[in-house]
Design a protein around this ligand. Structure first.
Ligand SMILES: Cc1cc2nc3c(=O)[nH]c(=O)nc-3n(C[C@H](O)[C@H](O)[C@H](O)COP(=O)(O)OP(=O)(O)OC[C@H]3O[C@@H](n4cnc5c(N)ncnc54)[C@H](O)[C@@H]3O)c2cc1C
Length: 265
C-alpha cells in the first residue's frame, strides 16, 4: 500500500527550487529540507550567509510533511515528575522553552505571511480512566500556579460540553496550537529562498569528504563545497550517513481524516 501525505495532497507545493546542475562554494551547506534544514537556512540567509539546502526528494518529504500538525506546549509527561527529577527551576525553563517554540513559529508565520491555518486550538491531556483524574488534577494545580496560568481543569461534564467525548476529565493547555504542516513547510521554503538561500531538490548527498579544510558534497546533481555543513536529515537519513541513521529511528503513527460525516455515514 502507498501512503499519501494529507498535508502534501492539500497544499500548494514549493516552486522556488533551483533547476539544472548544482555546483559552487557555500558558507554553509544544509543537508535535508525539512523544518530543521529550512528553518536554519532561512535564519542563516537572513544573516547574510551564503547557504544551499540539498534535499534528496522535495521539501517537506520527510517527517515535516507527515506529522500530526500539533504545536504542543506543556510537558508530554507530568510537570510534577519533571520537578522531582530535575528541580523546579529547570522544569520551569523546559516548560517555557516549549511555550517559546510556539511563539517563535507564530512570529515566523506572521513575518513571512505564511498561509498555514495557524490557530491556538488548545491541547487536552485526557484522563482515559476515572483513576487518572486525581493525578491529572494535582499536576494541573502545580502547572497553573507555578508556570502556566493559561490552563484549565475540565471535569468529565465540562469535557462532554467541550468535545462531546466520553473521557473522565482533562487538563486544557490553551497556548497549544495547530497548523497545516504542508502549507507551513512550503511557506518556510519560500521564505528561505526569498532571503537568499538556494534550495535544490532531488539532490541526495551521496558522499561527504573533506579537502583543504573544505567539505566536499557529492550529490545526485553535482558537487558543491562548503565551509560548514549542517546535517538535518532526521529519521529519513540515507544509509551513507550511518552515524545518524543508527541513532534516529522512524516511528509511524496515523490519523484518519474524513469529509464531515452525516448520520448516513
Ligand atoms: C508520524 C509523525 C507525527 C508527528 N507529529 C508531530 C506533531 O504533531 N507535532 C510536532 O511538533 N512534531 C511531530 N512530529 C515530529 C516532527 O514532524 C519532526 O520532529 C520534524 O518534522 C523533523 O524535521 P526535520 O527537518 O528534522 O526532519 P525531516 O522533516 O524528516 O527532514 C529530513 C529531510 O532530509 C532529507 N534527507 C535525508 N537524507 C538525505 C541526503 N543524504 N541528502 C539530502 N537529503 C536527505 C529527507 O528526504 C528529508 O526530507 C511527528 C513525526 C512523525 C513521524
Amino acid at each position: 500500500m502507498k501512503y499519501l501525505s494529507y498535508w502534501h495532497d492539500t497544499a500548494p507545493g514549493f516552486t522556488g527550487a533551483v533547476e539544472g546542475p548544482i555546483e559552487g562554494h557555500y558558507d554553509v551547506a544544509v543537508i535535508g529540507g525539512g523544518f530543521t534544514g529550512l528553518g536554519a537556512a532561512r535564519q542563516l540567509a537572513k544573516a547574510g550567509t551564503k547557504v544551499i539546502v540539498l534535499e534528496a526528494e522535495t521539501v517537506g518529504y520527510g517527517a515535516s510533511g507527515r506529522n500530526g500538525g500539533h504545536l504542543n506546549n506543556g510537558l508530554a509527561h507530568s510537570y510534577l515528575a519533571a520537578k522531582a527529577e530535575i528541580g523546579k527551576e529547570r522544569a520551569i525553563a523546559l516548560y517555557q522553552a516549549l511555550d517559546a517554540s510556539i511563539d517563535t513559529l507564530e512570529a515566523i508565520i506572521a513575518e513571512e505571511g505564511i498561509d498555514c491555518n495557524f490557530r491556538r486550538a488548545g491541547k487536552l491531556k485526557l484522563a482515559s480512566k476515572p483513576q487518572h483524574f486525581d493525578s491529572l488534577a494535582k499536576n494541573f494545580e502545580a502547572v497553573h500556579a507555578e508556570v502556566d496560568p493559561d490552563t484549565a481543569l475540565l471535569s468529565p461534564a465540562d469535557l462532554e460540553r467541550e468535545v462531546g467525548s466520553p473521557f473522565h476529565g482533562a487538563m486544557l493547555s490553551k497556548k497549544s496550537a495547530m497548523m497545516h504542516m504542508g502549507r507551513y513547510v512550503a511557506g518556510l521554503a519560500g521564505a528561505a529562498s526569498r532571503s537568499g538561500a538556494v534550495i535544490a531538490e532531488k539532490a541526495t548527498v551521496k558522499e561527504h569528504g573533506q579537502t583543504d579544510g573544505r567539505h566536499v558534497l557529492k550529490t545526485a546533481r553535482g558537487v558543491v563545497t562548503a565551509d560548514q555543513v549542517l546535517v538535518a536529515t532526521g529519521a529519513y537519513t540515507t544509509s551513507n550517513f550511518g552515524y545518524f541513521r543508527r541513532r534516529i529511528i522512524p516511528v509511524g503513527s496515523f490519523i484518519i481524516a474524513t469529509r464531515p460525516l452525516t448520520e448516513a455515514g
